[in-house]
Design a protein around this ligand. Structure first.
Ligand SMILES: [Zn+2]
Length: 111
């Protein structure tokens, strides 16, 4: 029996710590009737570096983080009376949706 390996680093996959992602799109149109490709299985370390996942989380962070910043700090920002706390509150406001989106995507991809 062969041990399952990560599709990126060839490391061994631990039970509950493997993640399935859609295979990268191919530009080939030679056989449009071809069946769907098998998913790419990655270890946890490679899964958190999965570029489409990071890209989607970054987009969620930009949209949701901007909305939350405007809702929570908009009056302070527009008044021009910035205080020191904004320099850590605003970056944290963008980190939260990034982490939530990444966690959700990893939870959905977990096998
Ligand atoms: Zn790996």
């Amino acid at each position: 029996m062969t041990t399952p390996c990560c599709g990126r680093c060839d490391g061994n996959l631990r039970s509950g710590w493997s993640f399935a992602f859609k295979p990268p799109r191919t530009t080939s149109t030679t056989n449009p009737a071809a069946p769907a490709s098998t998913p790419v299985i990655k270890c946890a370390r490679c899964a958190v570096q999965h570029k489409p996942l990071l890209r989607r989380s970054l987009m969620a962070s930009l949209v949701v983080g901007t909305a939350l910043t405007l809702l929570n700090q908009g009056d302070t920002l527009l008044s021009g009376h910035w205080n020191q706390a904004l320099y850590w509150k605003i970056p944290l406001t963008y980190c939260v949706p990034f982490l939530v989106a990444s966690y959700g995507a990893l939870t959905n991809a977990r096998q």
